[in-house]
Design a protein around this ligand. Structure first.
Ligand SMILES: C[S@@+](CC[C@H](N)C(=O)[O-])C[C@H]1O[C@@H](n2cnc3c(N)ncnc32)[C@H](O)[C@@H]1O
Length: 210
C-alpha cells in the first residue's frame, strides 16, 4: 500500500514509462518479492544521477528483474555501458525481455553468478556503482570494489536504513541488519571517501571516492 508521502513524491517526480510499468506488473506476477523493486521515485533519481554524472561505465550489484538497471540505462551518455550482476538465474528471461522492451539491451551486460566472484573478474574502472544485493555482504562488495574504482567514482548503496532498524535504541542482531550497520559504520569512518546518507525510501548512501 502506497503511503500519502510516497504518493506525493511519485506524483511530483518523473513518471514511469510503459516499459517500466510492464516490468512492475510482471515482477508482481512472476516473482515472490516485488517489494525489492526500486520503484518510480528512486528510479527517477537513478536516471537523473546518471544524466548528471555521465558515467561511461556503470556496475550494478543486484539486478533483480532489471528495474533499476533500466533506469540507470535511461540516463547513460552516448557509449555508456552497464554491467549488472545477479545470482538468481531464474530471473534471466524476465530481465532480458524487460531490457528489450525498454530498448536498452545494447547498453547492458547481465552477468549471472555470485557478485563476490564476478566482481573479482571485472577489469574496471567504473564511474558509478549501485549496490543493491545481499545486505549481509555489503562490506565484502565495498572492499572488492576498491581496485576497480577511481578518484571521483560514485557508489550508491541502497536500503541502508533498513526500515529504521539500524538506528533503533536496541539494534536487531539478525545478520542482514548487522551487515548494514557494519557497512554504514565502515563508510562513515573511511577517510578515502566523501559521503552523504539520504532518507529516500529505505535509505540511500551516496559515497564518492576522493
Ligand atoms: C533488492 S534486489 C535488487 C533490486 C533491483 N536493484 C531493483 O531496484 O529493482 C536484490 C537482488 O540481489 C540479488 N543478489 C543477492 N545476493 C547476490 C549475490 N551475492 N550476487 C549477485 N546477486 C545477488 C538477489 O537475487 C536479488 O535479485
Amino acid at each position: 500500500m502506497e503511503s500519502p508521502l510516497d504518493k506525493y513524491l511519485r506524483t511530483h517526480s518523473e513518471a514511469q514509462d510503459q516499459a517500466l510499468e510492464w516490468l512492475v506488473k510482471q515482477t508482481h506476477i512472476r516473482t515472490n518479492y516485488p517489494q525489492m523493486l526500486s520503484g518510480p521515485v528512486q528510479g527517477a533519481l537513478l536516471t537523473m544521477l546518471a544524466k548528471l554524472i555521465k558515467p561511461q561505465r556503470v556496475l550494478e550489484i543486484g539486478c533483480f528483474t532489471g528495474y533499476s538497471t533500466i533506469c540507470l540505462a535511461y540516463g547513460l551518455p552516448e557509449g555508456g555501458h552497464i554491467d549488472t550482476l545477479e545470482v538468481n538465474d531464474e530471473l534471466e528471461d524476465l530481465i532480458t525481455e524487460g531490457f528489450s522492451r525498454a530498448g536498452v539491451q545494447d547498453r547492458i551486460t547481465l552477468r549471472i553468478g555470485d557478485a563476490k566472484e564476478t566482481i573479482k573478474s571485472l577489469a574496471g574502472p567504473y564511474d558509478l556503482v549501485f549496490i543493491d544485493a545481499d545486505k549481509r555482504e555489503y562490506c565484502d562488495y565495498y572492499e572488492l570494489l576498491k581496485p576497480i574504482l577511481h578518484s571521483g567514482s560514485l557508489i550508491l548503496a541502497d536500503d541502508i536504513l533498513w526500515d529504521g532498524k539500524v538506528y533503533q535504541d536496541t539494534v536487531p542482531t539478525d545478520a542482514q541488519t548487522q551487515g548494514i550497520v557494519k557497512f554504514n559504520d565502515r563508510v562513515a569512518a573511511d577517510p578515502a571517501v566523501e559521503k552523504v546518507l539520504l532518507p529516500l525510501r529505505h535509505g540511500l548512501y551516496l559515497i564518492r571516492v576522493k
